[in-house]
Write a protein that binds this ligand. Structure first.
Ligand code: NIG
Ligand code: FE
Length: 406
């Protein structure tokens, strides 16, 4: 349909956070079809303009639709018991070494049918959508066999087809060593590289490839092999790295042009420099930091000084971050990591989109030509979104130009 026949929708008198900054004066935004057509100060909105549009919202704070660039929403089972053990003092690492943790979710995910996994993931995603998410990344990583990893990715794709939210999928085959490969992690990495990545690529099920580079998971050399296989299939890469120790996984990922390095509590100066040089995003996960009661902070000041873009995500998963509330992460990013509210919001909009490689199409920003994914909030200033933890302030969520709460 030619653009001029599409409805023109107007939001007026809004305080506008454009994905990077709050604009200094009241703004008007016109949406045509699925894209943002105009972003102008109210004083430039003339009557003819306003009359040609349908008024969809007035007042409040308008932000880009929130982007959650790191989640593990598809999984079976629960880890409430592990939560209790951790409260009694058993560490996340110790639980993993005893075959619990990620592997306990693997057992529950393998036994669940595709339909059951979809039904379990749906309310989790709906919770994110109700809190303003319009784009979400969903990882596999609890299947750890070709069939089960592909099953998880199909569930993720279907979530994006059935719910009003953009879903980006990531193959995380190298998340943990499955029991069948005990004592032969290189053989499992062979399987990931030679069969799993090719199958996911061929079936169009993965938009990116991720690894868990850690002592309890895979070495830097093994993760590098996974990245080489991803590159051979034209898939972008990212890494869970420097979460529990400093192995240098982030720097290696950056050398391979990673979209992002995620967690990074133990990232050192050389790692920060590598991210800067590669233009990779630092994805901060304050939910996992909080849940695991970590004390080592990511190197925020160094990242800021180096100009490395910082994103914030929920890391929603059954173990290290059973937290399905993106706006809580804005608050945690400020209170736990001392980001400014502006940085936190940019982390869940423009920089979240960058961590998914979607910034080229201006996703996560309110600029002319960007996709019309927006949130209208009942608050006075953008900072209030990070300051108070208060569900119910999302007045309107606009996905691909259509107002909906999802
Ligand atoms: O992002 N760090 C590794 N992977 C996930 C946790 C997965 C789990 O505990 O189930 C994370 O924290
Ligand atoms: Fe994660």
């Amino acid at each position: 349909m030619p653009a001029k026949l599409q409805p023109r929708r107007l939001w007026r008198d809004v305080t506008l956070f454009d994905g990077h900054d709050t604009l200094p004066e009241p703004m008007a935004v016109v949406v045509t079809g699925e894209s943002i057509e105009r972003v102008i100060p109210m004083r430039q909105l003339d009557r003819a303009d306003a009359e040609a549009c349908e008024l969809f919202g007035q007042g409040g704070v308008l932000t880009p639709g929130l982007v959650d660039c790191h989640t593990h929403l598809v999984f079976g089972g629960s880890r409430a018991e592990e939560f209790e053990s951790r409260l009694e003092g058993v560490s996340y690492e110790a639980i993993a070494r005893q075959g619990g943790g990620i592997l306990s979710t693997v057992r529950a995910t393998r036994t669940a049918s595709e339909e059951a996994l979809f039904d379990m993931a749906r309310p989790r995603l709906e919770a994110l959508v109700r809190d303003g998410i319009t784009t979400v990344e969903i990882k596999s990583g609890y299947g750890l066999s070709i069939a089960d990893e592909l099953k998880m990715l199909r569930v993720a794709r279907r979530l994006g087809e059935e719910l009003p939210v953009r879903v980006v999928t990531t193959l995380l085959g190298a998340h943990a060593l499955p029991p069948e490969f005990k004592d032969d992690s290189d053989a499992y990495i062979d399987l990931v590289c030679r069969e799993m990545i090719p199958a996911a690529a061929e079936q169009g099920l993965a938009d990116a490839v991720d690894v868990f580079c850690e002592k309890i998971a895979f070495s830097v050399a093994q993760c590098e092999r996974v990245f080489e296989a991803a590159e051979a299939h034209g898939l972008p890469i990212k890494a869970h790295a420097e979460q529990l120790s400093n192995l240098g996984g982030s720097a290696m990922a950056a050398r391979h042009g990673a979209l992002s390095a995620d967690h990074i509590e133990y990232l050192d100066e050389a790692g920060v420099a590598a991210l800067r040089e590669a233009g990779s995003v630092a994805v901060l996960l304050p939910g996992a930091f909080h849940t695991l009661r970590e004390t080592r902070l990511p190197p925020i000041a160094a990242l800021r000084e180096a100009g490395v873009p910082m994103a914030i995500a929920t890391d929603a998963n059954p173990g290290s971050s059973p937290l399905f509330m993106p706006t809580l992460m804005l608050n945690f990013a400020c209170t736990l990591f001392r980001l400014t509210p502006r940085e936190a919001l940019a982390g869940m909009t423009a920089n979240g989109a960058r961590a998914l490689g979607l910034h080229g199409q201006s996703l996560g920003r309110i600029v002319e030509g960007a996709p019309a994914d927006l949130c209208l909030w009942d608050v006075e200033t953008p900072a209030e979104l990070a300051y108070a933890v208060q569900p119910g302030r999302l007045r309107q969520r606009i996905y691909r130009g259509e107002p909906s709460h999802g």
